[in-house]
Write a protein that binds this ligand. Structure first.
Ligand SMILES: Cc1cc2nc3c(=O)[nH]c(=O)nc-3n(C[C@H](O)[C@H](O)[C@H](O)COP(=O)(O)O)c2cc1C
Length: 191
């Protein structure tokens, strides 16, 4: 098997597409973020890597709060727009017709049209170079009621948007191929 080195590249497949929100000088703004994910279980935390130059970075630093909104595939244009335009120049909430609401933190803007919204308070900020890694404690999670099946979040109703780096595509969720925490048992004994 021949391996080619391509230098230290952030090559992890797939990546999520989040719309991360913050109030900047009192007004809601959102940017697209692919560099984010779960960081801790108890208490529940996540991380987002935000370049210093982003307008939203100012708001997260000002308020020490942010939101993570999970757009569905039918919001692909809005998600991409929020990754192209800066709130320093345009009102993305107005352009995308986002209906914004606030939860228990009061200053982390949430997008009603996104099926899942997480409200976060910043517990750590790591300045790693080009980006700040904001570690947020998830204070509350909101899910659109019709995205539940038997009271549980149903990913096939959420329809998350997957991003892949390299060719830079958005994808829908793929097909189910095996049951997690189960199919590996076919390899052999666990003890
Ligand atoms: C699919 C996609 C993923 C992105 N991921 C990130 C990211 O993880 N971190 C980041 O700082 N910028 C990321 N960006 C770029 C910002 O979303 C973009 O620069 C945006 O215009 C910044 O908006 P703002 O200045 O209003 O904060 C991404 C853009 C796209 C299209």
């Amino acid at each position: 098997m021949t391996k080619i080195t391509i230098g230290p590249a952030p090559l992890v497949y797939p990546m999520p597409t989040f719309l991360v929100g913050a109030n900047v000088s009192g007004k809601p703004n959102f940017l697209a973020v692919a560099w984010g994910g779960i960081a801790n279980g108890e208490p529940p935390m996540l991380s987002v890597a935000i370049r210093h130059s982003r307008y939203t970075h100012q708001g997260i630093s000002q308020n020490k709060t942010f939101s993570v909104n999970v757009p569905s595939t039918d919001m692909v244009k809005e998600a991409d727009y929020c990754g192209l335009a800066s709130g320093a120049r345009v009102n993305k909430v107005a352009s995308c017709h986002f209906r914004v609401f606030y939860g228990k933190l009061n200053n982390a803007p949430l997008i009603e049209q996104c099926p899942i919204n997480l409200e976060c308070s910043v517990v750590h900020t790591l300045d790693l170079g080009s980006h700040s890694l904001f570690i947020g404690r998830i204070e509350e999670t909101y899910i659109t009621e019709n995205c539940l099946t038997n009271g549980k979040p149903d990913v096939n109703k959420v329809k998350p948007l997957i991003y892949t780096t390299g060719q830079e595509w958005y994808h829908p969720l793929g097909e189910i191929m095996a049951k997690a925490f189960s199919v590996g048992r076919e390899i052999g004994t666990l003890k």
